[in-house]
Design a protein around this ligand. Structure first.
Ligand code: PRX
Length: 652
């Protein structure tokens, strides 16, 4: 196994503190009984069907699962609409005037939308989309800040059967362009800007750049979010203001009855090639998976105020800001901006201000909070919290314990949830009423999920380390890669047979059946919880006219988990200066987005290569991680390594 972090694992396993669920939590939890695991195991399809039946369907399904590895159909023959399940159902119930979304902008402005408000606005926007020619099956790109209109636009697409493709507002114009073109989106919804650390990110300006080369886009809708000081280009005939269109739109739009297997959305994620993959999720299974996991993992109740800090541009925002919690009729808090704006207690002040009961964030944020110190949370009353969660990367035990103690007040269960864009919903996690947690372990597969550790040969390892695989289909699983059916099979289902899903993660299983996630074993990095492909960054670097060759690896970073180190060979006659480093970093930001900027760029005349010319990234990783250099016998020129190591140590 090529996992660079295996050595650290012995430390993890020394982690023997255990945290049983508090009796008071257990007494009122949705799940109080361990038998849920055995019951789900006895008949997984019946287990999932039970949750599906808690949703509203227009036509019942006739078959729970049709599994022709690696292609699954869930709830065959059933029809439903995701917006009806996330909105109408609650707007028609006692939840009509319950807050669905409580939103706070970074400058401090706030808005609350009740389920009834959401019901009207989603239908209005659905009518707007229809009027602009969007119909069932069409793709709509959404490039927005974290504002309620993003959730409204997603649900409006779902209502009319259009497929949304949300592009994170931190991605560059080029990334937006490529995603629009890959999905052949017909319409783009963007905003004049969005706030980040007091600055306005000029989204429309960035979209305009992308729009120069996106022939499929017929119309653009602009949400007014900025302070109006920014000039916004409005192209006659193509661009329209959101608020103007909404004024004339009727709040009544009948939902389309969608087949359970109709596409709900595409979300692009980084893989092992230079080109991000459009992960496809469908309607019935995805909604069932996100609904069930939100209910059980977060123990969601009607009186909760739930806050997941993820941006909606990532899968966590899709599943656990929008679809999962709204399908449960929850009150969802949304915050537009940065955690340290205007000060480092913004999150804690919001928890106090809105009486948040469930809080879900990423280890990278927790490590930043640790560094900022306990005085910031101590200034606030966090006593409404009853459950806290973590997602996106392995959480180190120190961060876990800090979170438990200083945010959870030693009374809130911590749920460390492992999953991926591809899995759609949480796969490995504690169930907070019954699981005795261990800092650093995501505990057990969710009921009905079958996860195993495999060795390279595909043999299941009963305990110990290896590669994490999922060996039974699950409702929220990806259904494909948009426009590339072969890559779907090759990438995920081809290593050990078509019925074994390859996660790309390394993990260990302990004697009590707990999974300890160790990070990616492929060329995918996880930088501050953001997934970035090394090949993507390499392609961006070699796109610069001065660069001949580039190799990118991850290195451990105290706050971000991983940081990016790039080894770059410049073209003949070009010398790397400090200014050149900055230029290349900016170039990567322009090509991909600021999240992909390398931390270190090392210029070198030679990269370590095998005799056949293959760059040995493994050895570069050893350098970036400050480890002893591994086996160099296959190198064409072994002296390259010693030189590079000294250079790296001197320059970083
Ligand atoms: O390596 C795993 C890590 O994040 C990857 C998935 O990234 P993405 O598709 O962007 O989705 C992130 C949010 C679900 C995984 O392959 N990962 C996610 N959650 C955890 C994790 N690693 C360890 N522990 C977790 N709880």
């Amino acid at each position: 196994m090529s996992d660079p972090r295996t050595a650290e694992f012995s430390d993890l396993l020394r982690e023997d503190r255990t945290f049983p669920p508090p009796d008071s939590f257990r007494a009122n939890a949705h799940v109080r009984d361990e038998r849920i695991y055995a019951e789900a195991e006895r008949d997984p399809e019946a287990f999932w069907a039970q949750f599906a039946s808690e949703l509203e369907w227009s036509t019942p399904w006739t078959q729970v699962l049709d599994w022709r590895p690696p292609h699954a159909k869930w709830f065959v023959g059933g029809t439903l609409n995701a917006s009806v399940n996330c909105v109408d159902r609650h707007a028609r119930s006692h939840r009509r005037n319950k807050a669905a979304i409580i939103w706070e902008g970074e400058p401090g402005d706030r808005r609350t939308l009740t389920y009834w408000d959401l019901y009207r606005e989603v239908q209005q926007f659905a009518n707007v989309l229809k009027k602009l020619g969007v119909s069932r099956g069409d793709r709509v790109a959404l490039y927005l800040p974290l504002i309620p209109e993003l959730a409204i636009a997603m649900l409006a697409c779902a209502r009319i059967g259009a497929v949304h493709s949300v592009v994170f507002g931190g991605f560059s114009s080029e990334s937006l362009r490529d995603r629009i073109n890959d999905a052949q989106a017909k319409l783009l919804v963007t905003a004049d800007g969005g706030y980040r650390r007091g600055q306005i990110v000029p989204l429309k300006q960035m979209a305009d750049e992308a729009l120069q080369d996106t022939p499929s886009i017929r119309n653009v809708i602009i949400v007014q979010r900025g302070d109006r000081s920014m000039p916004v280009h409005v192209q006659e005939g193509r661009d329209h203001w959101y608020h103007r269109l909404m004024q004339d739109a009727s709040p009544v739009c009948a939902p389309e009855a969608m087949d359970a297997e109709d596409m709900l959305y595409i979300l692009y994620t980084s893989g092992t090639t230079g080109k991000p993959k459009g992960i496809v999720h469908t309607t019935g299974g995805y909604l069932t998976g996100t609904y069930a996991t939100t209910k059980l993992v977060f123990d969601m109740k009607d009186e909760d105020v739930y806050w997941c800090t993820a941006d909606i541009g990532w899968v966590t925002g899709h599943s656990y800001v929008v679809y999962g919690p709204l399908a449960n009729g929850a009150t969802v808090l949304m915050y537009e901006g940065a955690p340290d704006w205007p000060q480092k207690d913004r999150f804690w002040s919001m928890i106090e201000k809105y009486g948040v009961t469930i809080f879900y964030t990423a280890p990278t944020a927790i490590r930043a909070f640790m560094r900022w110190g306990v005085d910031w949370p101590a200034k606030h009353d966090l006593s409404t919290l009853r459950l806290i969660g973590s997602v996106g990367e392995p959480i180190n035990p120190e961060a876990w314990v800090w979170y438990y103690r200083y945010i959870g007040g030693e009374r809130c269960p911590v749920v460390d949830t492992w999953w991926q864009t591809e899995t759609g919903a949480i796969m490995i996690s504690p169930l907070p009423g019954i699981t005795t947690t261990r800092p650093g372990s995501a505990s057990r597969p969710f009921p009905g999920i079958k996860a195993e550790i495999k060795n390279e040969r595909g043999e299941t390892v009963p305990s110990g380390g290896g590669l994490l695989a999922i060996t039974r289909p699950w409702p929220a699983m990806l259904r494909g890669i948009y426009g590339d059916p072969e890559r779907y099979v090759r990438q995920y289902w081809n290593r050990w047979g078509h019925d074994v899903y390859v996660t790309g993660d390394g993990a260990k299983l302990d004697a009590d059946g707990n999974f300890w996630l160790l990070g990616r074993v492929d060329d995918v990095l996880n930088v501050a919880g953001h997934r970035i492909g090394t090949m993507e960054v390499e392609s961006a670097l070699v796109d610069h006219p001065s660069v001949a060759e580039a190799a990118v690896v991850g290195k451990p970073h105290e706050i971000k988990g991983q940081a990016i180190a790039a080894f770059v060979t410049l073209k003949e006659g070009i010398f790397g200066t400090k200014a050149h480093v900055d230029e290349l970093r900016e170039h990567v930001a322009r090509k991909i987005g600021a999240i992909a900027k390398p931390d270190d760029i090392i210029f070198t005349a030679d990269l370590p290569k095998t005799r056949s010319g293959k760059i040995m990234r493994r050895l570069l990783r050893d350098i970036a991680e400050g480890k002893a250099i591994g086996d160099t016998t296959t190198l064409a020129d072994a002296s390259v390594m010693a030189k590079l190591k000294t250079q790296y140590e001197n320059e970083t």
